[in-house]
Design a protein around this ligand. Structure first.
Ligand SMILES: [Zn+2]
Length: 299
């Protein structure tokens, strides 16, 4: 059994660039719990709130329930569910899962494989992160599911057949296009000649076929990169900054650094370079941006 291949195939459920991180999040969570207790079972009613929190924070903007992956992950061969009545999942209904005492755990063959080959756990986790989330969220996601960081250097990451490689020049061309300035706030800090706290963000995530292209990039400071990848910030018509109504923050700093950005024009890119393409902007608004934008001019 090639467990990495099975892990990669979860991707099939998120075709057409639509994010469906339900199963990847459940599997990451289950791997984290396995690392902590290889015998443990996850009772639906006990882990429901954990999973809901993960889905709310890292899932799609629309409301969704952890009952769906808890039941459907079984069909991928990596997960099994049993109830007080015996083996088998009662379905994807929240009430059934609660009432029947449904518990889930990694499939027995997968648990055996993980015991035989402990590095498999990190390779599976790495694949789930790479395929479903942008790098800026990997470390915090590992924390959120209590996964120990992988010990191996990045060169040993699993190579997936046919997988594209990131273009390392993307960062340089995006930062140059935006003249080493955050496209949202204008931050342009450096130590000597070296920019600090500035990053090249993918608008359409690399994991969802977002190209390594200036048209798909933004130079953002670390804070705005994180908020962009979490759907607090977006880009709307006329290259204006969108701020989610779901964002709350009453301090002067939160108002100044986030709320006040609503409908301000994106800064850059410099003349002669292409701004963010409409198709990538739209993907981000539909798949990542959280809820409705705040009206402008109130900040
Ligand atoms: Zn910024």
């Amino acid at each position: 059994m090639d467990w990495l291949e099975r892990t990669a195939k979860l991707r099939q459920w998120s075709g057409n660039g639509t994010r469906a991180p339900h199963k990847p999040l459940l599997l990451l969570y289950a791997l984290g719990r396995f690392q902590d207790d290889a015998q443990g079972e996850l009772r639906y009613s006990a882990v429901e709130s954990d999973l809901q929190r993960l889905l709310t924070e890292y899932g799609p903007a629309h409301r969704t329930t952890p009952a769906y992956p808890f039941h459907h992950l079984v069909s991928d061969g990596v997960w099994e569910v049993r109830t007080d009545r015996g083996p088998g999942s009662p379905g994807s209904g929240v009430r059934e899962l609660r009432a029947t005492g449904a518990t889930g755990r990694l499939a027995p063959e997968l648990r055996d494989a993980l015991r035989r080959e402990p590095s498999l756990l990190h390779r599976m986790a790495r694949m789930l992160l790479d395929r479903h989330f942008p790098p800026s969220l990997h470390a915090e996601l590992c924390e959120a599911v209590a996964l120990e960081p992988e010990p191996e250097p990045s060169e040993l990451r699993p190579m997936v057949p046919g997988r594209r490689q990131r273009d390392r020049r993307m960062r340089e061309s995006v930062l140059t296009a935006y003249e080493y300035r955050c496209a949202f706030c204008g931050y342009d800090g450096r130590i000597g000649a070296v920019p600090v706290g500035l990053e090249a963000a993918h608008v359409r995530w690399w994991a969802f076929d977002g190209p390594d292209d200036v048209e798909n990039g933004l130079c953002l400071c670390t804070l705005h990169h994180k908020l962009f990848d979490k759907g607090v910030l977006g880009i709307g018509e006329g290259h204006r900054i969108l701020v989610s109504q779901r964002f709350a923050g009453h301090s002067a700093a939160a108002r100044e650094h986030v709320v006040a950005l609503a409908y301000r024009p994106v800064i850059g890119p410099q003349p002669g370079t292409r701004p963010v393409a409409a198709s990538h902007r739209t993907w981000h608004t539909r798949q990542v941006f959280q809820g409705a934008p705040r009206p402008g001019g109130a900040g």
